[in-house]
Design a protein around this ligand. Structure first.
Ligand SMILES: *[C@@H]1O[C@H](CO)[C@@H](O)[C@H](O)[C@H]1NC(C)=O
Ligand SMILES: *[C@@H]1O[C@H](CO)[C@@H](O)[C@H](O)[C@H]1NC(C)=O
Ligand SMILES: *[C@@H]1O[C@H](CO)[C@@H](O)[C@H](O)[C@H]1NC(C)=O
Length: 512
């Protein structure tokens, strides 16, 4: 009787496992969008809002960057049901707050009545913070930048009330929740849809944008966050033509800024020359060398640095969502040649000596998270340090998910072989029961008659579970034979298996 109960438990676990696999095979598919926000917090890239011919509504979702993935198969996680921000576009966001783990959302179109919303990534909850200081005007079509002290800078953009460009430097202290204003001495012409990035010297660099027309990039503007003053740099080299709706990221060595995409002709079309790089030492532009399939242009997208990649998300323009992924990856680790790639590897995982050393499980193909399980058997000269650095990084993101993954992988493998054995056993019993179920009969038939018994054994091992589950659903009292699983029967089982294998190899010899 105890064995029978065990079998039910095993079956139940298998059903759970299959349900989970099934969930992961049909992930949330977000709509194409532009003018969204993309915020990277604790290995998750959160995407919020945006504009599409169709309303994107309150969609809010993230992609997990703690595990490897391919951009052709993105496993988005949908959080729309907890989102409290009305449908909006062209707003901005940063990671900040007292815990440095909070998404700060600013701005909004006519639907959004509050200026700032926060999403605490630890508790997965939204709120509307109370902010002191002078109430600012509500702007959009801008890019907020946060410095290393938790201060967010919201330069220019357009006033929501009249859609006109505004030239102010709005400052939000995300830790103490206070509004402030920055200097306007030497400020450039007001701009919307510019590119912006924080530099190692705590200046913010601003590129292009739109004010009556797309603005040129032969000059770039620096706002010094330490001294609260502006300066202008004239650029040289291969200067990109005017553009708006572009993105900008700091290179990994801190000596260059890479800009991507954008639009020209009053936002009419995406630029074809999608990538440029500005040297921060001499302010010279160049077109960096890239390898790999060059993607279509995008505008009003967002770009984040994650590990060694410039991660471009969504955007309007030339990309067809059925062909090109919503996420583009540019590996910028080698400044002599950047690489367009579909494969993402988290920084610490790429140090693991051999991915294939991880025991292969039937779940690993459909669930990329399974591959993140640290392998105790992986050959490494200092495997303890690799595992510990890996788990420390992953712990910061979601310890429970990580533990779940490890347990899932270990138990999944054990469970599958365990359940496989029992199902084999059960199936066999049913057959000797001369059960009138057609499927079972066919199976029995195959084992006796098939010229390739080896295949039959494999086949049975993989395909039986589903049909047995059906059977157990149909029959309230499954066969009582399960209870008579004695040591003797197991021996008989092994003998039978040996015969089948012997039979198969004999047959093969005959065929040769
Ligand atoms: C918040 O984290 C970022 C790294 O993601 C770091 O650069 C920044 O300095 C941190 N901010 C504070 C206020 O500690
Ligand atoms: C900004 O302020 C710093 C410190 O006062 C000063 O050294 C620097 O020259 C100023 N830059 C400009 C462009 O005024
Ligand atoms: C292995 O890693 C530990 C902990 O990071 C470190 O102290 C030790 O020096 C490393 N050993 C080797 C051989 O790299």
């Amino acid at each position: 009787m105890a064995r029978k109960n065990l079998m039910y438990i095993a079956l139940w676990l298998l059903v759970q496992l299959l349900a989970e696999i099934n969930c992961q095979m049909t992930p949330f598919k977000p709509k194409k969008r532009e003018g969204h926000t993309a915020t990277f917090i604790n290995n998750k890239l959160y995407i919020l809002g945006g504009y599409n011919a169709k309303d994107v509504g309150k969609e809010f979702f993230y992609l997990d960057f703690s595990v490897p993935f391919n951009t052709q198969n993105l496993l988005w996680n949908d959080l729309s049901n907890i989102n409290i921000i009305p449908s909006h576009y062209d707003c901005t966001s940063v990671k900040g707050g007292a815990n440095n783990n909070t998404l700060f959302f600013y701005g909004g179109d006519k639907h959004v009545t509050d200026f700032v919303y926060t999403f605490d990534s630890q508790s997965s909850s939204w709120s509307i913070p109370k902010i002191t200081g002078d109430n600012p005007i509500n702007k959009y079509e801008l890019t907020g930048i946060i410095d290393h002290k938790g201060i967010m800078y919201l330069w220019s953009g357009a006033n929501i009330a009249n859609d006109a460009e505004v030239n102010d430097m709005l400052i939000l202290d995300t830790i103490n929740l206070v509004w402030g204003k920055g200097s306007l001495v030497g400020v450039p012409i007001a701009s919307e849809f510019y590119g912006a990035a924080l530099l190692p010297d705590n200046s913010i660099i601003y590129f292009g944008g739109y004010n009556a027309k797309e603005l040129p990039l032969n000059q770039v503007y620096l706002y010094d966050t330490i001294n609260d003053n502006w300066s202008t740099k004239t650029t040289s080299g291969v200067v990109p033509p005017s553009r708006e709706g572009l993105s900008a990221v700091l290179g990994l060595d801190g000596q260059r800024v890479i800009i991507f995409g954008g639009s020209a002709n009053d936002g009419g079309n995406t630029v074809k020359d999608i990538i440029y790089e500005l040297n921060l030492i001499n302010f010279e532009w160049r077109i960096p060398k890239t390898f790999g399939k060059i993607p279509g242009g995008r505008m009003y997208h967002r770009a984040n640095i994650i590990g060694k990649y410039m991660v471009i998300s969504f955007g309007g323009g030339d990309y067809d969502q059925t062909i090109e992924s919503d996420i583009l990856l540019l590996d910028i680790s080698n400044v002599d040649e950047y690489i367009w790639t579909n494969e993402f590897y988290p920084p610490t995982l790429s140090m693991v000596p051999s991915q294939s050393a991880i025991p292969s499980l039937s779940t690993s193909k459909v669930s990329p998270s399974a591959t993140s399980a640290p392998s105790t058997s992986s050959p490494s000269s200092n495997s303890s340090s690799i595992v510990s650095s890996q788990s420390s990084q992953l712990t910061t993101s979601s310890p429970t998910a990580m533990i779940g993954t490890i347990l899932g992988s270990v138990f999944g493998g054990a469970l599958l072989s365990f359940v496989g054995f029992f199902l084999y056993r059960w199936n066999k019993n049913k057959r000797s029961d001369s059960n009138n179920n057609q499927f079972q009969y066919d199976h029995g038939h195959e084992i006796v008659q098939s010229p390739n018994d080896e295949y039959t054994i494999n086949h049975q091992h993989r395909s039986t579970p589903a049909s047995v589950i059906n059977n157990s659903g149909q029959k309230s009292t499954p066969t009582t034979n399960d209870e008579k699983l004695t040591l003797q029967e197991i021996r008989q089982e092994i003998r039978d298996l040996r015969q089948i294998i012997l039979h198969s190899s004999k047959q093969q010899n005959r065929n040769n």
